[in-house]
Design a protein around this ligand. Structure first.
Ligand code: C2E
Ligand code: CA
Ligand code: CA
Ligand code: CA
Length: 277
């Protein structure tokens, strides 16, 4: 406990033991949390530039824990991953996402969904088979499903990741490199990956208004992406000016708080209706 001017400052700094215990609880309680409906999926729209048409949504997992409250996916996803439970999490998110796309299809809407994968999903050789089975079960065409994978995830073990990525790609699933620009600059590798899309990491997009270095990175990813025939997506679009700059550079797709925050399913429906009304 620190003191400032004689006054006690109660900064909550969890001890190692508390962090360990919390992670342990998350991991042991995850399956039960799924059954009890504590875990859900929110969706964040992606719009095309310059038309602003809604092309798709990204599925983002949410967990409201009865004791800890809203858990940050950046905290619990790695814990679930390390515990070998990522297949369960991905299976849940994928199923929810495909149910959502199916409902849109039944309403005559063509909106795709992107699901985040962990590199550990690619250790499961049956993963592509499970995905095909899920697409069939809900009658969703592969083109309406995107998988987002981080650059560092794929590069950690390309020998293992590549065959599975090729299999998914051959099925017609769209593959995106997430957080692009943050990992080891694997520009040469990008050519060899069966990817369709690059997502510029939000740190560069958030910084491009004030930092010329960030602006240069964004500009060069747009150019590089296009020269490789890829769709370029910018995440973290929070300001009009960022969207306008991205549009001027020829960036294809924008995602961020300016367009919409990630929304629960009912709120997303209301958002979509308000836009098309
Ligand atoms: P990500 O895939 O890079 O997702 C983008 C994150 O940026 C999301 O955080 C989103 O809410 C946030 N974001 C979106 N627009 C803006 C913006 O304009 N400004 C700012 N500052 N942030 C924005 P979230 O939902 O907390 O997820 C964090 C990370 O957790 C994700 O990063 C992803 O790596 C992981 N994650 C989330 N859901 C899943 C999932 O279902 N499976 C896996 N494997 N990972 C997931
Ligand atoms: Ca993502
Ligand atoms: Ca990202
Ligand atoms: Ca991220």
């Amino acid at each position: 406990r620190a003191t400032r001017g004689g006054e006690e400052v109660r900064a909550y700094v969890p001890s190692m033991g508390q962090i360990f215990l919390r992670r342990f609880q998350m991991v042991t309680q995850f399956r039960q949390a799924l059954e009890e409906g504590q875990v859900s999926v929110h969706y964040q729209p992606k719009v095309s530039l310059p038309s602003r048409q809604v092309l798709g949504v990204e599925a983002l997992v949410r967990w409201v824990h009865p004791e800890f409250g809203k858990l940050d996916p950046d905290e619990f996803v790695p814990a679930i991953e390390a515990a070998g439970l990522i297949g369960v999490l991905t299976g849940f998110v994928l199923e929810q996402a495909l149910i959502r796309v199916r409902k849109w299809m039944d309403e005559g809407l063509r909106i795709s969904v992107a699901v985040n994968l962990s590199v550990r999903n690619l250790s499961d050789l049956d993963f592509p088979k499970k995905v095909v089975e899920a697409l069939r079960r809900f009658g969703v065409p592969a083109e309406l499903l995107t998988f987002e994978l981080t650059e560092s995830g794929v590069m950690a073990d390309p020998q293992k990741a590549l065959p599975i990525l090729r299999e998914l790609h051959a099925l017609g699933i769209v593959l995106a490199v997430d957080d692009f620009g943050t990992g080891y600059s694997s520009l040469a590798y990008l050519r060899q990956l069966p990817v369709d899309e690059v997502k510029i990491d939000k740190s560069f997009v958030l910084g491009m208004g004030t930092d010329l270095g960030d602006l240069a990175v964004v500009r060069s990813i747009v150019e590089l992406g296009h020269s490789l025939g890829l769709t370029v997506v910018a995440e973290g679009v929070e300001e009009d000016i960022a969207r306008d700059q991205l549009e001027a550079m020829g960036c294809d797709v924008a995602q961020g708080y300016l367009i919409s925050r990630p929304l629960a399913e009912d709120r997303l429906e209301a958002w979509l209706q308000a836009r098309t009304a």
